[in-house]
Design a protein around this ligand. Structure first.
Ligand SMILES: NC(=O)C[C@H](N)C(=O)O
Length: 613
């Protein structure tokens, strides 16, 4: 795949200027969305989907593509399309990667999950988000499996498809595809999701509930992450944030010796015994109500106990569409005594794929695997069912302001909190005040929320060199990919700052070659060159070297900026905190730069920096 264009106005005449473009990779695995009738039955048709989409104005802005020479930058040309400008003034450029053969999802296997995961990993740095076109029959299984396989995910991966082929006059495919593209390309939701009929669900919370309705899916135990109505409304409080700062990887080892056993009245002990025998290693037991099973059947419970004692992991999930497993009934306690692990409110699809993922972790003991099954890894369950959302009243200063403004009802309080806390959090980040950030977070504020400039507390901390705050925020799952209104991410701020203030000529040159405009100022109106001059006395060779912006040809301008060259993001880190070649930088500056560089390197190589999960 190819390079990213410069979203800038320096393409010569204004009409050639590009809008802010984001990029989405569309992995087409098959499903009804691209099917056509063959001999009276629906089956996938290779290459048909892209050809059709290119003719639909709501799915491909041909004029924009030709006017801005889209195809000279994004390859393969015949697989790249661009949506009309969105309400957020962005252009989602999307490129198709089509599998062969295209599958009806009834034919999907864990090996196909691995293929999808590996492709996401392969193209992860080049795209802002990913859409996976998939059949609906097993979409919930694939979405659940990918949610566990994608470790430390920092970008949206959205599965979608349709109940009626996109080629038909009436269909749900076009709406589902556009909705998934707009969310994947415009919102930083670091989760594997499923988008269907105007709603975005967490991938491991969803199940297919209707084979004949456009409302084919439901998320019984968790509200949608987003609703696509007149506007796309994201429920940010519900979005899952990883609490580690390790690099994104895809874990492809999945244990296949797992199964689903659904209890029914009169089930025989022989049936259970046959199902649980080796090589079975893990079973999801689908039970009645809030996790109940017969407690007057010692033959049944004995077979279960024998299996768990020999090391089989059994997880108790309710057959009910909604609700959770508790041990409030004697019939539920009987299973717990037989060694069955509570699955709380997980869907069977999520529990099964989680069990397959956990059992494949060879480095874990049996007890560690059981503990992992009971721990919330990707928001797949509400383990702490007693947990109550912290109320606003835990924060005195909001109360004081609310009382001053005579605000009373909860909705107004929440609106006040959402209006004030992002700016307060940014101020706390600038001052290095972690306690204040903790207090703001305890109020239920998402520390990813940005201020009026689209800058998050992590942007501010990275720019101000507040290393401890950077570490704290990364540990709370704050995204390094969030873009402010200048298009800057915290990671880019941090690396540019460290390179500029350390006078790292080579590093700055790499970024310049990668298309970073050294004349572009950051949020504080300072260019990297000015930062250098501000940090070391006198005219430095660096500023002379960098300040006259070499006029690139129109061709080069169009395709000037691309993801940093391999390794450039992981700046060459001087292990010593002092950089002897720049004695004129203050000690604190030197310390901060070295630490920021370590953070930047850690983000690309977890081996040098670990935070426990
Ligand atoms: N609506 C669909 O996509 C159903 C189809 N059989 C599939 O799962 O691939």
């Amino acid at each position: 795949m190819d390079r990213r264009r410069v979203p800038c106005t320096c393409l010569g005449s204004p009409e050639l200027s590009t809008d802010v473009e984001t990029r989405v990779l569309v992995i087409n695995t098959g499903g009804t969305i691209g099917m056509v009738l063959h001999d009276g039955v629906l089956s996938p048709e290779p290459n048909a989907l892209v050809k059709t989409l290119r003719k639909l104005p709501i799915l491909h802005d041909k004029k924009y593509a030709e006017k801005t020479k889209l195809y000279e930058c994004y390859k393969p040309e015949d697989k790249t399309l661009v949506l009309p400008k969105s309400k957020l003034d962005k252009r989602v450029v999307y490129t198709f990667l089509e599998y062969s053969p295209l599958l009806d999802s009834s034919n999907m296997t864990p090996n196909d999950w691995t293929t999808i995961g590996k492709d996401i990993e392969k193209y992860y740095q080049e795209y802002d988000g990913f859409v996976v076109l998939h059949g609906t029959d097993t979409m919930a299984y694939t979405a659940s499996a990918l949610s566990f396989m994608c470790e430390n995910l920092g970008k949206p991966v959205i599965l979608t498809g349709s109940q009626v082929p996109i080629f038909e006059t009436r269909n749900d495919g076009r709406d589902n595809l556009v909705g998934a593209l707009l969310i994947a390309g415009q919102f930083n939701i670091p989760e594997v999701c499923l988008y269907f009929h105007h709603k975005l669900y967490r991938g491991n919370r969803v199940t297919k509930v209707d084979s004949g309705s456009f409302k084919a899916f439901a998320s019984p135990n968790l509200p949608p992450l987003a609703n696509s109505e007149v506007d796309i409304n994201i429920n940010w409080d519900t979005v899952w944030r990883p609490s580690t700062i390790s690099k994104f990887t895809v874990y492809t080892e999945m244990n296949h010796n797992v199964g689903l056993l659904r209890l029914f009245p009169g089930i025989t002990a022989d049936t259970v015994k046959a199902f649980l025998k080796a090589p079975m290693e893990g079973v999801i037991l689908e039970t009645y109500g809030s996790g109940n099973a017969p407690d007057n059947r010692p033959d049944l419970l004995d077979e279960i106990h024998k299996a768990t004692k020999r090391g089989l992991i059994m997880v108790n999930c309710t057959q009910c569409l909604r609700g959770t497993v508790t041990i409030s009934y004697a019939t539920g306690q009987a299973l717990s005594k037989a060694g069955v692990v509570a699955g709380f409110d997980m869907t069977p699809e999520a529990a099964l794929s989680k069990l397959s993922y956990v059992l494949a972790k060879q480095d874990l003991s049996l007890e560690e695997k059981k503990e992992m099954m009971s721990r919330n890894l990707r928001g797949e369950m509400m383990a702490d069912v007693q947990g109550a959302k912290l109320s606003l009243s835990d924060s005195r200063f909001i109360e004081i302001i609310a009382r001053t403004l005579s605000i009373g009802c909860k909705e107004e309080l929440e609106a006040l909190r959402d209006a004030l806390t992002p700016t307060l959090a940014c101020a706390a980040a600038k001052n290095g005040d972690i306690e204040a950030l903790e207090a703001i977070r305890d109020m239920g504020t998402d520390l990813n929320k940005a201020n009026y400039d689209g800058r998050t507390p992590l942007h501010i901390a990275a720019c101000e060199g507040q290393v401890n705050v950077v570490e704290y925020l990364l540990g709370k799952g704050v995204s390094i990919y969030a873009k402010d209104r200048f298009g800057d991410t915290p990671l880019r701020n941090a690396i540019l700052l460290s390179l500029a203030t350390s006078g790292d000529l080579e590093g700055l040159k790499i970024w310049k070659l990668a298309g970073v405009d050294m004349a572009t100022s950051g949020y504080d109106e300072k260019t990297p060159v000015e930062v250098v001059e501000g940090c070391s006395s006198g005219e430095s060779s660096l500023s002379l070297e960098l300040s006259p912006r070499k006029r690139l040809s129109a061709e080069e301008e169009r395709c000037a900026s691309r993801p940093p060259p391999e390794g450039a993001g992981a700046v060459s880190v001087s292990e010593s905190d002092r950089d002897e070649t720049k004695p004129d930088l203050c000690k604190q500056c030197q310390m901060t730069i070295a630490e920021l560089r370590r953070q930047a390197l850690a983000l690309s190589d977890p081996a040098s920096f670990k935070v426990s999960e």
